[in-house]
Ligand binder design. Structure first.
Ligand SMILES: Cc1ncc(COP(=O)(O)O)c(C=O)c1O
Length: 381
C-alpha cells in the first residue's frame, strides 16, 4: 500500500463530464471555458476569472498585464514553488526575496516593511504574496503597506482555494477574492484542490486588467470591432499586443466544473484530516502550524517540522508513505544562485527547510491510512 502526499480524486461524474465534452462541438474555446470561469469566480467571490493553461501561465500573464519589465523590482517569498518568482524573471524583472515568519512560514510583513524602508520610494513595483500550504495571508495588512509605496499585489493562491482570513471589520476574505490583491492565481495540477490535469485561473475585480488578460491569453489578438484599427470583414482580426496561447481546453474546463461541485466537501475533509494530525502531534517532537481562530486554512499541505527530517523521510518511504518537502528555498536554487542570491540570506526560510516534511493530505486519505501515517511519524521522531 503506497500513500502519496497528495492525490487527485476523479469520480464517474467527472469522467462523464469530460466524455460529454469530447463528443460536443468544441474541444477548446467553447462554452465550458466561460462556464468554468463564472463558477470559479463565484466560488472565490471575485468579479472576473480567466482560465489559462496552468498556474505558471497565470503568473506570467499577471506580470505581463501589470507591465513588469527589465526595470521592475518585485518582492516575494523564498518558501514557495519557483514559479511564484520566475514570473518576474520571464519579463526581465528583478526579484527581491524577504524572509518568512517562523510561525506561519508566510512572507513576513515586517521584513517586507524593512526592505521598503531601506530604499527610496519608487524602488519597488509590486509583491507576489503566497498563501503557502493553504494558509491565507493577511492581505489587508499587505494592502495597506502596498498603498503606502504604490505597489501592486499578485496573490499566488494555488494552495488555498476556499481558504479565508477574517479582516479588521470581521469580514471573511476568501483567498483570491480580489479585495486586497490586484490579481490572484490558482493551479489545477492534480495534487491541488481542483484537478484539471493541467490548468490555472486568474481572478480579479479590476475590469481593465481582466480585459488585458483576455487579450494576452490568446496571442494579443482581438476581433472586437471597437478595438480594431481597420475592419476588412467578418473574418478579420488584429494582433494588438504580444500575447501567448495560454488557453485552457473545454475538456479540462468540463473536468474543472465537475470538480468544483465537490470543492467544499474536499476542503472540509482536508480540514478534518488536519485536525486529527494536530491532535496526534500536539506536544510531540513534531512542530506543527496551527492558525488562530478567524483563519480557515485550506490545507493543500500538512507540514510538520522535525529535527531528523531526512531520517523520517527515508523511514516513511520504506513503509510506503511518500511524504514530500515543500520547499527548498527558491533563492538557493542554482538558477537564482548564479544571479547572485546568497545562501544564508534568509535564515528563517533556510532553517525551516532543514526541518519540514509534508505528510499525506488529500480528501480520499482513509482513517486507517492516516492512523498508519501518525503511528509511523510518532515512532520515528
Ligand atoms: C505556489 C505555487 N505557485 C505556482 C504553481 C504553478 O502552477 P502550475 O504547476 O499549474 O504551473 C504551483 C504549482 O505547483 C505552486 O504550488
Amino acid at each position: 500500500m503506497n500513500i502519496p502526499y497528495g492525490r487527485q480524486h476523479i469520480t464517474q461524474e467527472d469522467i462523464d463530464a469530460v466524455i460529454k465534452t469530447l463528443t460536443s462541438d468544441f474541444l477548446t474555446q467553447g462554452p465550458k471555458v466561460q462556464e468554468f470561469e463564472e463558477k470559479f469566480a463565484r466560488y472565490v467571490n471575485a468579479t472576473y476569472a480567466v482560465a489559462v493553461a496552468n498556474g505558471t501561465a497565470a503568473l506570467h500573464l499577471c506580470t505581463l498585464a501589470l507591465g513588469v519589465n527589465e526595470k521592475s523590482k518585485v518582492i516575494s517569498t523564498p518558501i514557495t514553488f519557483a514559479a511564484s518568482s520566475n514570473c518576474v524573471r520571464y519579463c526581465g524583472g528583478t526579484v527581491e526575496f524577504a524572509d518568512v515568519d517562523p510561525t506561519t512560514i508566510l512572507l513576513d510583513i515586517n521584513k517586507v516593511k524593512k526592505l521598503l524602508q531601506s530604499s527610496p520610494k519608487g524602488t519597488y513595483d509590486g509583491i507576489v504574496a503566497v498563501d503557502f500550504g493553504g494558509y491565507p495571508l493577511d492581505l489587508e495588512s499587505f494592502r495597506k503597506l502596498a498603498d503606502e509605496y504604490n505597489l501592486w499585489i499578485i496573490e499566488d493562491a494555488c494552495h488555498a482555494p476556499g481558504g479565508y482570513f477574517t479582516d479588521s471589520q470581521g469580514k471573511k476574505q476568501l483567498c483570491g477574492n480580489g479585495t486586497f490583491a490586484d490579481l490572484a492565481i490558482f493551479s489545477f495540477h492534480p495534487v491541488k484542490h481542483i484537478a484539471c490535469g493541467e490548468g490555472g485561473m486568474i481572478t480579479t475585480n479590476d475590469k481593465k486588467l481582466y480585459e488585458k488578460l483576455l487579450l494576452l491569453r490568446t496571442h494579443g489578438i482581438t476581433k472586437n470591432p471597437a478595438q480594431l484599427k481597420e475592419n476588412h470583414g467578418g473574418w478579420y482580426y488584429e494582433m494588438v499586443d504580444l500575447g501567448f496561447n495560454y488557453r485552457l481546453t473545454d475538456m479540462q474546463c468540463a473536468l474543472g466544473i465537475s470538480q468544483l461541485t465537490r470543492a467544499d466537501a474536499g476542503l472540509q475533509k482536508r480540514q478534518a484530516i488536519a485536525q486529527k494530525y494536530d491532535q496526534a502531534f500536539r506536544g510531540s517532537a513534531a512542530q506543527i502550524i496551527i492558525p488562530p481562530s478567524g483563519i480557515s486554512h485550506a490545507y493543500h499541505l500538512y507540514i510538520v517540522q522535525v529535527k531528523n527530517r531526512k531520517a523520517l523521510y527515508d523511514v516513511l518511504r520504506e513503509k510506503g508513505i511518500f511524504a514530500q518537502v515543500h520547499y527548498a528555498p527558491v533563492h538557493t536554487m542554482p538558477y537564482y544562485q548564479q544571479l547572485g542570491y546568497k545562501k544564508g540570506s534568509m535564515p528563517v526560510a533556510e532553517s525551516y527547510y532543514e526541518k519540514c516534511l509534508s505528510l499525506p493530505m488529500y480528501p480520499t486519505l482513509t482513517e486507517q491510512e492516516q492512523d498508519f501515517v501518525i503511528k509511523s511519524v510518532l515512532e520515528n521522531i
